[in-house]
Design a protein around this ligand. Structure first.
Ligand code: TYM
Length: 323
């Protein structure tokens, strides 16, 4: 049986990129024969200095979205990172198996340090990610493409530790969705779709009304041609819409191009909007029907499972290190 680990930050509302890039895969994997850990990574979110008043609500909402999306709770553990102190403990240990130059080369470090100022948390962020993954000895990590470099680094860290102190960590693999592993903003198709509040019209949130969704697609940025063709370099906006459609409908880019070969951009945008609204709405209505009390109680039980797994790994690591 394989162990799966993945994480999501509780910073703002879950969006379509999170679903198509990661959560869809989590749902699929949770319905297989894996042992799954899905973690709300509040420690990682501290790199953005979030308002403490919003934290509990954002965490609860994120957990509810995961459950509403259909994660199979029979073989999944959903919990909050900061409640399992071993994540931070192992992170310190792993920092001794990671080169500063490797951290400085991370694209997300370069992007985020210009946005948030370069504090050490942004630099060491991927080490905490490695610790999240390795604390449960995960084999598979379903993430969007923006996390590829971080996964590579995790593999290197695991190998270095194993070589020096004894083989304890599996070398984890990245699992990507078929398409949609990197969804772009509808307004700025050169940037990825993100939770950030300064691009609300470029992002589809899980609780957007159909009206909001249609408006956002109507005003999505395309190009001056009128041909629905996948070309990331020349037609980033249309390619993004093709990605979204093909991901939700589970058909290839070529099939989308064929289906809409005689459609105008305006018609295509509305079709994609419809498909997205039909995809999002069942998730939102499931979300709405969940009881906060029941979810909080489930999180308590799940936390014990995560703690016990993390404690076991930490004891092995400490023993190998002689501490
Ligand atoms: P986060 O919270 O930014 O995103 C959660 C997941 O959603 C994916 N994602 C996207 N996929 C496609 N297109 C997009 N526009 C898009 N935006 C987000 C992300 O790839 C991710 O899989 N560092 C991670 C959280 C994390 C983690 C981990 C993940 C912490 N520790 C250990 C895996 C394993 C992050 O910030 O995800």
């Amino acid at each position: 049986m394989k162990t799966v680990f993945s994480g999501i930050q509780p910073t703002g509302k879950v969006h379509l990129g999170n679903f198509l890039g990661a959560i869809n895969n989590w749902v699929e994997m949770s319905n297989g024969k894996n042992k799954n850990y899905f973690c709300v990574v509040d420690l990682h979110s501290l790199t953005t200095h979030p308002d403490p008043k919003d934290m509990d609500e954002n965490i609860l909402s994120t957990v509810k979205v995961l459950i509403a999306a259909g994660i199979n709770l029979d073989n999944s553990t959903i919990y909050v990172q900061s409640k399992v102190s071993e994540h931070a403990q192992l992170s310190w240990i792993l920092s001794n198996f990671c080169q500063i130059g490797d951290l400085q080369r991370m694209t997300q470090f370069k992007e985020k340090s210009s946005e948030l100022g370069s504090h050490a948390g942004i630099l060491t962020y991927p080490i905490l990610m490695a610790s999240d993954i390795l604390i449960h000895k995960a084999h598979e990590v379903p993430v969007g493409d923006d996390q590829t470099q971080h996964l590579e680094l995790t593999r290197n860290i695991a190998e270095r530790f194993n070589n020096k102190y004894g083989v304890i960590f599996p070398i984890p693999d990245k699992t990507s969705g078929k398409v949609g592993a990197r969804l772009m903003s509808l307004r700025h198709p050169e940037n990825k779709m993100s939770k950030s509040a300064d691009d609300i019209n470029g992002t589809i949130y899980f609780d957007d009304s159909k009206d909001d969704i249609m408006k956002k697609f109507k005003s999505s940025v395309t190009d001056s041609e009128d041909e629905i063709r996948y070309d990331l370099d020349k037609k980033a906006g249309i390619s993004n819409l093709i990605d979204i459609y093909s991901s939700i409908q589970d058909i290839s880019h070529k099939e989308v191009e064929k289906k809409f070969s005689s459609s105008k951009y305006g018609e295509f945008k509305m079709e994609v909007g419809e498909v997205v609204a039909n995809y999002i709405h069942p998730i939102f209505s499931n979300y709405d029907s969940l009881s906060d009390k029941e979810i909080l109680s489930l999180m308590k039980t799940n936390l014990e499972i995560a703690k016990s797994s993390a404690k076991k790994t930490m004891e092995e690591v400490n023993s190998l290190l002689g501490i």
